[in-house]
Design a protein around this ligand. Structure first.
Ligand code: ADP
Ligand code: GLC
Length: 507
């Protein structure tokens, strides 16, 4: 099948979180199954400089008053994945973040920026401009691409089927109704059965409502968001979708996140010999000015510093953590107040606590490898990838029993350890005591090297590769498009398409 995968970020072109990891790994896994998956995303400057062999393939006719856009084709620098970038200087070529300026304020024209993404995707899906390729299925991700299923619902057959995945119900893309005429959505769709959500236009609601099928990124989160506690006001919409809505667990990219080959690590290691992991720990300890001691338990935290990730509760627990015979290293960014509190803790407990505020991909890898324990708690977690990376790196995760965390980590109890099922530590309540109790359990087991080693082996042996989940998406595409899953792919190489188009343009 030909699949157009539409996303706001994809590693390594542009990344703020797990969506970028999935937007790379899932298309690649689907391509390995023989599907012709191609990506469409905004042409941020950082993406443009990273793609290989970028070529202008078409000028995009003015839509929504945006008349400066061209479509650029290229490939991922390090993987067999074709991508189209929408190059619009007015919308995407700017200094700052993908969604926010350098002060952390949302770009004021986000509604227009991502409506434009959806409009261009819809046109492309309908064969405009002519680039010699059109999809059988369009897979739209998160609110940024939420208007796309709606736009395609307005088109006449033949047209591709639509799948929409919500990676996080808390990010909804809700905008004042005054945006409606500017984002090209017919007024009659601003209603309770359409995009209206408490008086605003909701991009997320559009995706959930108009897509042929809706998915989210773990089975437990899929069940949770049918309830008011987790549904963020959209639980009724999801319930109405019935069996058109399912949860498919994310996987991880085995090549990028593999301690045996990870180029970011000072020493690689594998489950049969984890001595390299100790070397990673001492290297990190000395890099961060911590007491260099391969036996001191190192607790890592690689995360957005937000309320979702219980960063506030970790901060409450930090004085207690600092009193334990353990070290704590965090890399993250997010809420400025909490960032400052982490910095303060670093000063207060120097030698035992180290903090890097910011986004640092190689450091994320090094910290996963160096740590013995990864803190990955959350008030809610659609899937969570850091706990999966931790498992792969023999770093035992501490998680709260929610969403994808509940689906992927098995709590270490006497029984689960004996049955060789335990892979980490799971707690239930959102409070400091519960977090501390879980950390205390982890630290106690750390002092039993044989048990700890058994748990590490168990963790490293888990299979969270994309294969099984990609098979489920593949089946879903088959079901929604009516096409046989096994149909042979007609993979028209993108270079030829580019040549063809530039020849047409030249003539
Ligand atoms: P979410 O997408 O909700 O932030 P996930 O666990 O799904 O959570 O994915 C987070 C991704 O972002 C992981 O790849 C993690 O390594 C990465 N990450 C988070 N914070 C940082 C950071 N400060 N520096 C580098 N990578 C980070
Ligand atoms: C979101 C979620 C996270 C998930 C990621 C990829 O960022 O918060 O739980 O792992 O998307 O699906």
């Amino acid at each position: 099948m030909r699949v157009l995968f539409v996303t706001a970020e994809a590693y390594p072109l542009a990344k703020t979180g797990g969506l970028a990891d999935v937007s790379r790994a899932l298309p690649l896994a689907l391509r390995r199954r023989g599907h012709d998956v191609r990506l469409l995303m905004p042409g941020y400057p950082r993406a443009y400089v990273r793609i290989e062999n970028p070529r202008i393939v078409a000028k995009i006719e003015p839509i929504l008053g945006v008349s400066d856009a061209t479509l650029i084709a290229g490939r991922f620098p390090d993987a067999d994945l074709p991508v189209w970038l929408i190059d619009s200087p007015s919308l995407f070529r700017r200094e700052g973040g993908l969604y926010q300026d350098s002060q952390g304020r949302d770009w004021p024209d986000n509604a227009l920026r991502f409506a434009f993404l959806a409009h261009v995707a819809a046109k492309l899906a309908m064969g405009i401009p002519k680039i010699g390729w059109s999809p059988d299925v369009v897979h739209a991700n998160d609110w940024h691409a939420g208007l796309l299923p709606l736009l395609l619902s307005l088109e006449k057959e033949p047209k591709p089927s639509t799948v929409f995945t919500t990676h996080n119900m808390a990010f909804q893309g809700n905008f004042p109704v005054s945006w409606l005429p500017k984002i090209g959505i017919p007024e009659e769709h601003f209603c309770a059965e359409g995009v209206e959500f408490y008086g605003q236009v909701s991009f997320l609601k559009a995706g959930l409502t108009y897509a042929d099928r809706v998915t989210t990124v773990s089975p437990t989160y899929a069940a949770e968001i049918l309830t008011p506690e987790f549904g963020c006001g959209m639980e009724g919409i999801l319930r109405d979708r019935g069996d058109k809505f399912i949860g498919i667990l994310n996987g991880i990219d085995d090549n990028l996140w593999n301690p045996a080959t990870d180029a970011c690590l000072p020493r690689t290691y594998r489950d049969s010999d984890i001595s390299g992991k100790r070397a990673c720990k001492t290297a990190l300890q000395s890099e961060f000015g911590l007491t260099v001691s391969p036996d001191a338990p190192l607790i890592g935290f690689v995360s957005r510093i937000t309320h979702q990730k219980m960063a506030d509760v970790i901060l409450e627990a930090l004085p207690w953590i600092a009193e334990q015979d353990a070290q704590f290293v965090a890399v993250g960014e997010g809420d400025p107040k909490m960032e400052a509190a982490f910095e303060q803790a670093k000063e207060m407990y120097s030698g035992r606590v180290a903090v890097t505020i910011g986004y640092d991909e190689p450091l994320a890898h090094k910290l996963q490898a160096a740590s013995d324990i990864l803190l990955a708690p959350a008030r809610f977690e659609p899937c969570g990838l850091t706990q999966l990376y931790a498992l792969r790196y023999g770093t035992l995760p501490i998680v709260r029993r929610t969403g994808g965390l509940a689906d992927t980590v098995t709590d270490a109890t006497a029984t689960s350890i004996a049955e060789r099922l335990a892979t980490g530590f799971v707690f239930d309540e959102v409070d400091r005591e519960s977090l501390e109790e879980a950390i205390a359990r982890a630290l106690a087991l750390y002092r039993e090297p044989l048990t700890w080693r058994r748990l590490q082996l168990q963790a490293m042996g888990q299979d969270f590769s994309w294969d099984a989940s990609a098979a489920r998406y593949s089946a879903l595409y088959g079901a929604v498009s009516g096409l046989p899953e096994t149909m042979e792919t007609i993979d028209s190489p993108i270079e030829e398409v580019a040549l063809e188009t530039s020849r047409q343009a030249a003539s």
